[in-house]
Design a protein around this ligand. Structure first.
Ligand code: ZN
Length: 219
């Protein structure tokens, strides 16, 4: 099996896995993987549960221009923005996962970092989570903002919408998105409890120990 065929199969398998675990639903969410200067992306109107590895959209990874295959997700511009911002990124996942979206709708979240460092794995896999302001679907100005913000963070939370996460491969991007979703759930469970997140010193220590940042930002 060629590398591209393996990646196509992995995108379809990840889509099914997300759908079966309710990380995505309906025809929401999109997954991409970068191969050189191209990306494979889930098509528009596709259920992630029923992806055909041979029917993925092919786009220019940096411009988001459609090159081949079915019409791409309307959120392709978000994927291109992440690849432009992060040189080491080879995969991007975006979902409307329930608990992450719930946090993105809260009025009193810190836009610089939407979730506290509740656990070590959250700090190591997600780190900081900037919250971007609401944009209507298809508003391209979100792409510019996402690109600028993603230079310093591989995970973004779109207000009243959901998370976008880049990784060095599909597994890393998925791991980080899942960690984000579970931490959002923990945060909501603990919202009315006196909570003791990791201290800034503990979080900084974990960042130092994590071999390399999750994905290197573009210089
Ligand atoms: Zn979306």
């Amino acid at each position: 099996m060629t590398r591209e065929a393996t990646i196509r199969r992995d995108i379809a398998a990840l889509g099914t896995s997300f759908f079966e675990r309710r990380l995505t639903f309906g025809r929401t969410g999109n997954i991409s993987a970068r191969i050189g200067d191209r990306m494979l992306l889930t098509p528009t109107g596709a259920s992630l549960a029923l992806l055909d590895p041979d029917a993925l959209s092919v786009l220019h990874a940096m411009t988001g221009a459609h090159l081949d295959g079915p019409r791409p997700s309307k959120e392709a511009f978000l994927h291109a923005a992440m690849y432009r911002a992060r040189e080491g990124a080879a995969a991007v996942v975006h979902t409307h996962s329930t608990y992450s979206v719930a946090v993105s709708c809260l009025a009193d979240v810190d836009p610089g970092d939407a979730l506290p460092p509740l656990t070590a794995y959250y700090v190591m896999r997600v780190g900081r989570l900037p919250l971007l302001p609401y944009h209507a679907p298809g508003d391209d100005s979100l792409g510019h903002l996402a690109e600028a913000t993603a230079r310093d963070s591989h995970a973004l939370l779109l207000s009243n919408h959901g998370p976008v996460v880049a990784g060095q491969d599909l597994a890393a991007a998925a791991d980080a998105l899942e960690e984000l979703e579970e931490t959002a759930r923990l945060f909501l469970l603990l919202r009315n409890e006196a909570t003791r997140p990791l201290t800034p010193e503990q979080a900084a220590d974990l960042r130092r120990r994590t071999p390399g940042a999750p994905v290197g930002a573009r210089a």
